[in-house]
Write a protein that binds this ligand. Structure first.
Ligand code: MSP
Length: 542
């Protein structure tokens, strides 16, 4: 069954379905890294796919700006925390622009509107009797912003996720959230909604964790200024994770709306999909639904925990000196290359590797050769063999056994189902099966020979079916490589821009037509051929 279908049937009015998706709210202790870019590209791709289908979409990203980690980073640079956050937020927004990310909301946890939401929410949980004061003793990893069990730490109390950082001993009074009270309700939730946590390996992880017994967790800190004060006790600040998860709710407020929990929840709650990395699964799949249960609010439809990226087979890290700067890659190879590699090459949900040679090879094989060259040479043949016009053929004229038509007729459905399953690799594979079939067909049919034999109708049929295959592929690839798809569509004579959307109803109608085989017309008015994707080259060795 399609992963996302469970809550897609929610409609805002009688005819427009809605879809909301979030990325994590990224810490601003540093400029964005490859991991943040990866999740955000996935969210953008899904948002684009749903917009294409005619959904009203809300794509949410943003930044998590409170807590000790950020406070210390700002201090180390001699900046006040807000100034530091403002600087880093600019870097995030620049990167999203360079990656052609079209988010609808950018949620910052230092936004004053957010304070109002946190206060309202806190009050509901407080009124429920789920918050109490007690002594917290334990090992705290500032990099994770999380207490760790002694048994989970490495030698010398180093955190396994941040081996160069020691966890710090804390012994202080904190307010606690009664997570233990939600053990049963959570187990019921997981049983009733098996699709809530995906993929299933992550779901099992969570089930095992919860089965060990849930312990209350502290939701306030003392001796930390950089955070919202607790509404009932200003000597404490709210724990950064309690505050951050609510950033998803604040994001739902319209620009001029009065910041209240009721307003934030009115239109878009519950969220359809939280996309996160596997390291923050517990927060999203255990703590977050428990907090919502306590506040008596509906639970989001799905949490999807993706894998981790490595570089040349190794864990990436600043201290390891092997980080990959996403902006650097984009400047060198372009944003569509970036988007394509990470979506096609890495099975979503599994860990995956970045290797620059492989990156260049994949892009050259798929986008430059298989797709780009096919378009270029086919347009060249159209010019030569069709008296400068497009092929004078309609889809209905093609022989029923035309192999491209046979493949293309089911492609829309197949690719849509892959997007619904968040299987971007499968979507690309299916599309490139058609593209490669197009290359083979043109070689097998040899239109240059047909032309010499005077078989004009056959020549035009071949060229039409190859161009139509390219069109369909470009349409279905557009959530992943929007600018490349726009170029292809323009080369095929459409005035079209995959970065412009019409109303959801028009989109839905257009989707039905363009995801189907046979949209190219006779008299397509093809402009002169231009290369759409230049072959990539690795930078020369220094
Ligand atoms: N601020 C929290 C999220 C709060 S959401 C309410 C946070 N931020 S983070 O900036 O540290 O991490 C953001 C995301 O990056 C996480 O989903 C994390 O899994 C992901 N990644 C960090 N390193 C990664 C890789 N090497 N590969 C893929 N994703 C990785 O956690």
């Amino acid at each position: 069954m399609a992963l996302l279908q469970t809550s897609f049937d929610r409609m805002l009015d009688s005819s427009v379905p809605t879809f909301s998706v979030t990325t994590p709210l990224y810490y601003v202790n540093d400029v964005p890294h490859l991991g943040s870019a990866y999740t955000t590209v996935v969210a953008d791709t899904l948002a684009r796919f749903k917009r294409l289908q005619g959904y009203e979409v809300l794509m949410i990203t943003g930044t998590d700006e409170h807590g000790q980690k950020i406070q210390r980073t700002a201090e180390a640079q001699g900046l006040d925390p807000q100034t530091h956050c403002d600087h880093i937020v600019v870097k995030f927004k620049e990167l999203w622009r360079s990656l052609n990310i079209r988010y609808d909301r950018f949620s910052r946890t230092t936004n004053p509107h957010h304070l109002a939401i946190v206060k309202d929410f806190f009050q509901r949980v407080w009124d429920k009797g789920d918050i109490y004061l007690a002594q917290q003793q334990g090992w705290y990893c500032v990099a994770c912003e999380e207490f760790k069990e002694k048994r989970d730490l490495l030698e010398d109390n180093h955190c396994p996720l941040h081996p160069n950082r020691k966890a710090e001993w804390r012994d202080e009074e904190n307010y606690f959230f009664r997570l233990s009270r939600y053990q049963k309700p959570l187990e019921e939730l997981y049983a009733q909604r098996p699709e809530f946590i995906q993929p299933s390996s992550r779901r099992n992880e969570v089930l095992n964790f919860v089965a060990q017994g849930l312990q209350d967790f502290s939701i306030s800190r003392v001796n930390l200024d950089w955070g919202f004060p607790l509404p009932n006790d200003p000597n404490h600040t709210i724990y950064v994770w309690f505050d951050a998860l609510l950033g998803y709710v604040t994001a739902l407020l319209g620009e001029d709306e009065e910041p209240s929990l009721a307003n934030a929840l009115a239109k878009w709650w519950p969220i359809n999909l939280h996309l996160i990395g596997k390291d923050i699964l517990r927060f999203h799949a255990v703590y977050w639904p428990a907090m919502l249960l306590s506040a008596e609010l509906p639970i989001p439809a799905q949490v999807f925990g993706h894998g981790f990226l490595t570089k040349d087979g190794h864990k990436m890290g600043k201290s390891l000196g092997n980080t990959v700067d996403p902006l650097d890659l984009i400047n060198r190879y372009g944003e569509d290359a970036f988007r394509y590699y990470f979506l096609k090459e890495i099975e979503f949900g599994k860990d995956g590797d970045f290797n620059e040679q492989r990156f260049v090879n994949v892009l050259n094989a798929d986008l430059a050769n298989d797709l780009g060259n096919l378009l270029n040479r086919t347009l060249g043949m159209v010019k030569k063999y069709c008296q400068g016009q497009g092929p004078q053929v309609m889809a209905t004229d093609l022989a029923p056994d035309n192999p491209l038509k046979a493949l293309g007729s089911h492609l829309g459905e197949q690719v849509s189902s892959a997007y619904e399953r968040l299987s971007f690799t499968d979507a690309c594979e299916a599309i490139f099966t058609l593209v490669r079939a197009g290359n083979k067909y043109i070689d097998d049919m040899a239109p240059w020979k047909l032309f010499k034999q005077g078989s004009q109708k056959e020549v035009e049929d071949v060229l039409y079916s190859v161009l139509e295959s390219i069109r369909l592929s470009a349409y279905l690839l557009s959530p992943i490589v929007p600018r490349l798809s726009t170029k292809i569509y323009q080369q095929l004579g459409f005035t079209w821009d995959f970065d412009q959307w019409r109303s959801p109803l028009e989109q839905a109608e257009e989707f039905n037509r363009h995801q189907s085989w046979g949209q190219l017309c006779a008299n397509q008015n093809l402009p002169p051929a231009q290369p759409i994707f230049t072959k990539l080259e690795l930078p020369a060795e220094e």
